[in-house]
Structure formats: C-alpha cells, structure tokens
Design a protein around this ligand. Structure first.
Ligand code: GLY
Length: 351
C-alpha cells in the first residue's frame, strides 16, 4: 500500500493499494463522514465493481444510492450534470454526505463538477478504475463537463476529500483503454522524471503501485505549487493542446490518451525541427509512444487542427501557451503567437 498526501486548498490522501475497493467504506467513513453515499458510475463499471463498493459502504453504515451513466465521453454533458443534481436533492443529500465517483475520467470529472455545485460543495471521493483516472484525472481537483463548442468548457477546481485507487480494477480494462492511460504515464516521464521515462521500456503491468504512486507524486508537487493553473500546472498539458483538438475533430471517437499521444508526438517533431529540443529527445518520445502501441500521426489537416486548437480554453489574447519538451524529464511553457501555432502544427504533422 502507498499513500500520497496532497496539500492544496484542501488536503487529502491518495491511497493506492491492491484490493482497496473491499474496504473502501471504512476509509470513506473515517475520512469523509456523512450518512449517505451516492455512487456515480458508468454502465460498464457498474456491472464490475458497484456491488462491491455498495456492500462496503453499507457495512460502514451508509445509506447508499447509485446513479449510472452510459460509458463514454458523450456522457460528460449538461443533461447528466443536472440529472445528478436533481437525484441528490430528491434523495435528501446534504453537503456533509459523499459523492463517490467510481470509474474513469468521464465519471470523475462529471461527478466532481456535480459535487462541487451541489449545495455549493459536498464531500467527494474519487475511486478511479482506469489507468488514466488513477494517474491523472482523479487527482488535483480539475472537474468539468463538455459543451457543444469543446471539451471541459464548464468546470471548476474542486479537490476531493479522498482518492482510493485499487489498481486491481485496472485488470478488467480493455487493452486499448489501458494503453490510453499509458500516454499520460509517458507524459509524466517527459515533463518531470527521466528515470520514470527510462523505466517505461519495461512492462508496467506488474509494477502498477510503483508507477501510479510516482505519477501522482509528480502531480501532487505541481498541484501544490500551482493549484489553479496560473502557470506551472500548465506543464501537465503536454500534448493536450493538439490532443484536445484531435478529440474534438474526431467527435470524441479518438480516445483522450490516443489523442494526447498524437499531440505529444506532434510537439516532439515540431520542437526538434525548431531546435527547441534535440532530435534524439524527439525520437525517444515518439519511440516510447510507439512502444505502447499508441498512435503518433493523424489524418487531420493543419487548418483543421489550428481551428480546433483556437477554440481551446487555454487561448487568450491571440496567444496560446504550448508545453515544449527541452529534454526527457524537462519541459517548458512557451507563449506562442497564432503564426507560430500554425508553424508548430505544420512541423508537427510532417513525418
Ligand atoms: N490533467 C491536467 C491537470 O490536472 O492539470
């Protein structure tokens, strides 16, 4: 078992352990309290793990309710947000009761945003069941939903009270979903940790506790220094500006991790061509992405990606901040004009 303490506007523990789901109720009762718990999950995770969570919550003394959304990015919408708010109100939840997000990034973001809004903020527990949620979205307090114009356009920073990561739940992930999470793991290596990056040449399935712990430690340090993304936290968006554009252009058919993988590869190619990083750094990033069976190219045009990137919320006053690799383990933020953005995309797409 590993425990990582996050010190932010709210301080909380991330517990990473095999089989943790079975004792989740006790952890939640001791840390979060309350008398009611709302499990918010999707239809795939519901069949696999909701029963275990429900049992342990009942054993810990909770009255348990459950709200199930269809699996997939399409569920991170205003309709589900409002429906869960009504569900909480109709079942008499107070702000001292717990919303328990059981699932991947979509469930965590939607449940988190709903918990942040309900009575101006109720208790929130994240129980990630995908690699992506375990290493990234369940930690650090970003919550939100998508609007028609783009991803995560409505949201807030709202830290959970507890994160319980039972990595045995990752064993039932479809291979492509697991792979998608590997893109975020590679991201942590590139932005902050050479030895993590190098270690990724060896299979990670048998080292999940160590890998997840290292990733959330990196994220914890960044969030502690810049919780609301005034500066440093933007480094976590390496690969995400072009990644989000690709997700939007594909109507979210390209999974987040695959889109981020392409975004990281594009950025690596562009930076090597602009002499921001060495060719060997770019090659290492692209080779690692390929090593995990993730894509490095897209058929979308420069113009498509440019227009989609401009709708990104990180755009402001004709300037966009890109995360550029300098060497493995070190990235920098670079303010980029629209002309330069076009050039980055053009150079990033050229193979
Ligand atoms: N996923 C990036 C962040 O939490 O800042």
């Amino acid at each position: 078992m590993a425990k990582v303490r996050v010190e932010a506007s709210k301080s909380y523990d991330i517990i990473i352990s095999a089989g943790l789901l079975q004792s989740a109720g006790e952890h939640i009762k001791n840390t979060v309290g309350g008398t009611k718990a709302a499990i918010i999950t999707d239809d795939i995770v519901d069949k696999l793990y909701a029963r275990t969570l429900e049992t342990t919550l009942i054993d810990a003394g909770y009255e348990v309710f459950k709200f199930v959304i269809p699996n997939g990015e399409g569920s991170k919408n205003t309709e589900n947000f409002l429906a869960i708010l009504d569900f909480l109100a109709e079942n008499g939840f107070t702000r001292k009761d717990a919303a328990v997000a059981l699932g991947g990034g979509v469930v965590g973001d939607l449940a988190g945003f709903t918990a942040a809004s309900y009575m101006r903020g109720m208790r929130l527990v994240q129980v990630p069941t995908t690699l992506l949620a375990a290493v990234d979205s369940s930690v650090g307090g970003k919550t939100g939903i998508d609007l028609r114009a783009g991803k995560n356009l409505a949201g807030t920073f709202y830290q959970p009270d507890l994160v319980l990561c039972d990595y045995l739940t990752l064993s039932t992930l479809k291979e492509d979903v697991f792979r998608s999470g590997c893109a975020e793991v590679i991201k942590y290596g590139v932005i902050s940790d050479t030895s993590l990056f190098e270690s990724l040449r060896e299979p990670i399935e048998s080292r999940l506790e160590e890998i997840i712990t290292r990733c959330v430690e990196i994220k914890r340090d960044i969030v502690a220094a810049d919780e609301r993304e005034g500066g440093l936290r933007q480094i976590l968006n390496f690969g995400h500006t072009f990644g989000h554009a690709i997700e939007l252009l594909s109507d979210y058919r390209t999974p987040h991790g695959e889109a981020v993988a392409i975004g990281m590869a594009m950025m690596a190619r562009a930076c090597a061509r602009l002499a921001i990083c060495g060719t060997s750094t770019a090659e290492s990033i692209i080779d690692m992405i390929r090593h995990y069976g993730l894509p490095t190219e897209t058929a979308f045009s420069v113009e498509d990606i440019y227009k989609a990137a401009l709708s990104d919320k990180k755009m402001g006053g004709g300037v966009i901040t890109l995360v550029v690799p300098i060497e493995i383990g070190r990235c920098e933020l670079r303010k980029t004009s629209l002309e330069e953005l076009w050039e980055f995309i053009e150079l990033g797409l050229k193979t």
